[in-house]
Ligand binder design. Structure first.
Ligand SMILES: [Zn+2]
Length: 501
């Protein structure tokens, strides 16, 4: 029997209570005792003087679907012991006959290659069990992936028998161990799905008592209507609703946030089980095609390229892109392109790229999509600091990374979210207390998942633990230099085994 005792620590239970001095005994991968342990017997002793010991952090919203299989350490280095993947409508399964379409659909978010293939949730989760040695993984079934896997890259409403198939496939995936369902309603083909389709699928989620997480149709001009739509889905179906990375995008929309929160708070009073999450940064990150009407992508990459090369079609798409734009083009930075020739644009914003190429920013964006066959990732500055603070400190908010890998310069949240929260947000800005911040990345997300005693310092729970120095913890990753290791995370234990530091 392996026994380890963490001594002289300040224990944070994950439920938001103040830290208390104490010890944790780990036995065979489980928490065997918590508190004052003066007679713990023979055990390896780790002195945690001056350190916080908390439940392992849970990243409720990640896009590391493929990287968790590769033993990547960016998350465990931050104290993360559990990741929830399959967000925003993108999961790496099911595959079926449209595997190539599915890879094309998801690789911009997955940073994936030409090889991956998982038949279904069971296949994927078994691979995770075999290969994921750094973190535990929960997987949502992506709505976009379901549609692409079953019907290819086709937009629009589905026929009755297709809806039956969609519903049955979702049900199978949930029965096989997926923790819930996600939509990505700004990404084609999910963006073209009517309310009725979502309602049918949310009923399946509710019946199985799983989580429904949504990247809504709009976070800018259409924010309030989008929230209303999601609340109506939860109201009608009874599903547990998580609004993903809630924010108000663009200065023109910043004053809508209070209304958005009012809607959510009122829904809670009505008995709807809704919460939300956000990453602790003002900028977001996604694919460049997000700035164009999603009909651009109907039929896949060849069809997209044809549209961008067709003069009138391109003009209409560019005009619509400009009219939908909530940020300034100078807020949108290129962080990844495929070709050697274009590496010089990485780190530049579209305003600058337009100036260098002597074209309008939207034309520069359209040209880049042609040159890169669509494979362009961006970081965009979306939120005001006041709004970010209002969301992060809201009692319904979990804190997430939303991190994803790119071949280039990823958003710093991939490397820094959790230490940045504890260091910059808590210690330096003093936006919230440390117990509160710990709660938002442990017991709170665990409760959304319905994951029992995960995320709490409870006897019998799996010994997923994070040890850090509250006085030193920091996430130094920046937009210019994101690939920087956290500071002050002393150790991460996953099922009693030390996986980081
Ligand atoms: Zn998203």
């Amino acid at each position: 029997m392996s026994r380890t005792i963490l001594r002289n620590a300040v224990l944070f239970d994950g439920r938001g209570n103040a830290g208390v001095p104490g010890e944790v005994l780990i036995e065979d991968g489980r928490i065997a005792a918590v508190g004052r342990l003066d007679h713990a017997g023979e055990a390896e002793t780790i002195d945690c003087m001056g350190q916080a010991v908390t439940p392992g952090f849970i990243d409720l919203h990640s896009h590391s679907d493929l990287q968790v299989l590769d033993g990547r350490r960016e998350k465990s280095a931050q104290g993360v012991t559990t990741e929830v993947v399959g967000n925003c409508g993108f999961s790496p399964y099911p595959c079926g006959q449209h595997a190539a379409d599915l890879r094309e659909f998801a690789n911009g978010i997955f940073c994936g290659g030409a090889e991956w293939r998982f038949e279904g949730a069971r296949d994927y989760l078994e691979s995770v069990d075999r290969q994921s040695d750094q973190v535990g993984v929960f997987s949502l079934v992506g709505h976009g992936s379901l549609r692409v896997a079953l019907f290819g890259n086709r937009q629009g409403a589905l026929e009755a028998r297709e809806l039956d198939l969609l519903e049955g496939t979702l049900d199978d995936a949930l029965a096989a161990g997926a923790c819930g369902f996600s939509t990505g309603l700004m990404y084609a083909p999910g963006s073209s799905a009517p309310f009725d389709e979502l309602e049918r699928l949310c009923r399946v989620v509710a019946r199985r008592d799983k989580l429904y997480a949504t990247h809504m149709r709009s976070y800018s001009f259409g924010l309030i209507e989008s929230i209303d739509e999601q609340l109506e889905l939860a109201r009608r179906t009874g599903c547990r609703l998580q609004i993903s990375h809630l924010q108000t995008v663009g200065p023109k929309n910043w004053d809508r946030q209070r209304t958005a929160l009012d809607r959510i708070e009122r829904a809670r009073e009505e008995g709807i089980d809704v919460e939300f999450d956000i990453y602790p940064y003002q900028a977001g990150s996604t694919v460049l095609t997000q700035f164009f009407p999603q009909r651009l992508l109907d039929g896949g990459t060849p069809a997209m390229l044809a549209r961008l090369r067709h003069r009138d079609e391109r003009r209409r798409l560019c005009e619509e892109a400009v009219s939908q734009m909530a940020q300034r083009w100078s807020d949108v930075f290129i962080v990844s392109v495929e070709s050697e020739a274009n590496q010089e644009v990485v780190g530049l914003n579209l305003e600058e790229i337009g100036r260098r190429r002597a074209v309008d920013p939207v034309e520069a964006a359209a040209d880049l999509l042609i040159e890169e066959a669509g494979a362009v990732n961006i970081v965009s500055f979306n939120q005001s600091e006041d709004n970010l603070r209002q969301l992060l400190t809201h009692p319904l908010c979990s804190v997430i990374s939303d991190g994803f890998y790119v071949k280039g310069r990823p958003h710093p949240r991939l490397y820094g979210t959790f230490p940045f929260l504890m260091g910059t947000v808590v210690r330096e800005r003093q936006w919230m207390s440390l117990p509160e911040a710990v709660h938002k990345v442990t017991a709170k997300p665990a409760a959304r998942l319905g994951a029992g005693n995960l995320g709490s310092l409870t006897v019998g729970a799996r010994a997923d633990l994070t040890i850090f120095d509250p006085a030193a913890v920091a996430g130094p990753a920046t937009y210019e230099a994101p690939e920087q290791n956290p500071v002050g995370i002393t150790a991460t234990y996953r099922a009693g085994r030390r996986v980081a530091r």
